[in-house]
Design a protein around this ligand. Structure first.
Ligand SMILES: *Cc1c(COP(=O)(O)O)cnc(C)c1O
Length: 452
């Protein structure tokens, strides 16, 4: 073997790996970073440099890398059973996990359908909502449209892309997507450029979303009977530039949809498991969806797993003799993997025993106090936070300012990965206030050096 350095590994990498969400040509002049090991919030490369993981490895890591308790849970499970198909078979970790997830959720959410990534969970919720109407009403023409918010992101498989609204990911594929209607999402930063949002509660005034509710009413009066489900990311549209929007709008919009018999899908793939400030965002929205999609943080960032949780009422619409053709015949090979479920149970143990949601409240306040120090920079606007998500936009005409910040941050020991001009901080919950202070201070230096 050659001596393993960042340089040798990144050259070997490029020989055979096509990376996700990447223009590979960018790597002609900027190398891939091979990571050798990680502990807590720190990542270590092959040249001995360390980086603070400011984005929880694409929003999945909750309790740090190489967490002792999660490691132990996976190791124990590995010595018992690694995987078994979930059709006709089951295992203890998934039985425990399902019971525990349902106990954490409002009553009607009582049945768990598993998959192995977020986009697949979205596909399942879309298919199930369509199929539910089909099984119950066999209406012709069927309810074959979906309704989603502008600026939404729900994943990148064809169905998930169809209900998303980010041109960057979607535009090229428009001719092959499903039929989807779009409701404008309230944009509270409209007209108040530079304002900062200190508490999501500041958004609840009806003037922030009246216009959008009217737009929804007119869509529903025209298409209400053709729509099978309304899908949304409650509280924060994460890939949509960490856009925080009013929960009162969510409740009213969902109630309006329900009055037309439209099912509600909450995509909590990013905001679930404490990220929004409560265990699940639905608690703050005070509405229970018909389908709740979870993934990302579910295994603490260890292994691929996702779940769609629905009600007995939906489940019963599929429950019939085999010959009826009503069964939901959807599956993935690694659905409900036992190692992933063991990791998920370890994550729920940490939530249950360490008072995480309460502690995050204090941590979120303390980090936001640091974050607000950035406001004194002229290029920082729309400073905001929700739970353990902190964000702002940079007011710069540099087309790829985010990429510049990403590169400068790496050189200073931070893994920050802006979304366009949106800089965000979404750390593992175990980050200390000293580490957060270092992150904010370093970010400030970068912004001063590059955009002064
Ligand atoms: C990440 C994400 C998805 C897609 O999940 P994958 O596991 O990446 O397929 C869907 N919805 C939201 C809100 C997400 O953040």
């Amino acid at each position: 073997m050659p001596n393993l350095s960042n340089h040798t590994l990144s050259a070997l990498d490029l020989a055979h790996i096509w990376h996700p969400c990447t223009q590979m040509k960018d790597h002609e002049d900027f190398p891939i970073v091979p990571i050798k090991s990680a502990k807590g919030v720190y990542l270590y490369d092959f040249d001995g440099s360390s980086y603070i993981d400011c984005i929880s490895s694409w929003w999945v890591n909750l309790f740090g890398h190489c967490n002792a308790a999660i490691n132990a849970a996976i190791t124990n499970q590995l010595n018992e059973l690694e995987h078994i198909l979930l059709a006709g078979f089951s295992h203890k970790p998934i039985i425990d996990l399902s019971q525990r997830l349902c106990a954490l959720l409002p009553r009607p959410l009582n049945k768990c359908f598993y998959a192995d990534n977020g986009s697949s969970a979205i596909e399942i919720a879309l298919k199930m909502s369509f199929h539910y109407h089909h099984n119950l009403h066999r209406k012709s023409p069927p309810r074959s449209k979906f309704l989603a918010l502008s600026n939404a992101y729900h994943g990148e498989t064809i169905g998930a892309l169809s209900v998303g609204d980010l041109g960057l990911y979607k535009h090229t594929y428009a001719p092959i997507l499903l039929s989807c209607l779009s409701v404008p999402v309230p944009n509270v930063f409209d007209g108040t450029k530079g304002a900062s949002l200190h508490a999501p509660a500041e958004l609840e005034d009806e003037s922030y979303y009246e216009r959008e509710l009217h737009a929804l009413e007119s869509i529903l009066s025209r298409y209400g009977e053709e729509i099978c489900a309304f899908i949304l990311e409650p509280l924060v549209q994460c890939a949509g530039n960490m856009h925080i929007y009013p929960k009162a709008f969510i409740k009213k919009a969902c109630e309006l949809c329900r009055s037309y018999g439209i099912l509600i899908i909450f995509d909590e793939i990013a905001v679930g498991f404490g990220r929004s400030g409560s265990m699940f965002a639905l608690e703050q929205c005070r509405i229970t969806p018909d389908f709740l999609c979870l993934s990302k943080g579910i295994t603490g960032g260890y292994l691929p797993l996702s779940v769609v949780i629905t009600s007995d009422e939906i489940y019963q619409a599929f429950y019939a003799p085999y010959e009826s053709g009503k069964a939901f015949l959807h599956s993935h090979s690694y659905t409900g993997n036992a190692l992933a479920c063991a990791a998920a149970n370890a994550v729920l143990d940490i939530f249950a025993t360490q008072n995480i949601i309460e502690q995050n409240r204090a941590l979120s306040r303390a980090i936001f106090a640091l974050w607000q120090e950035l406001e004194e920079l002229n290029i920082v606007k729309n400073l905001r936070h929700c739970g353990m998500i902190f964000a702002f936009e940079i007011d710069s005409s540099t087309p790829r300012a985010g990429v510049e910040i990403f590169r400068a941050a790496l050189a200073k020991g931070l893994l920050l990965r802006p979304l366009g001009h949106t800089i965000y901080f979404m750390p593992p919950y175990i980050i200390t206030i000293e580490e957060a202070r270092f992150v904010v201070q370093t970010l400030k230096e970068i912004l001063q050096a590059h955009f002064a």
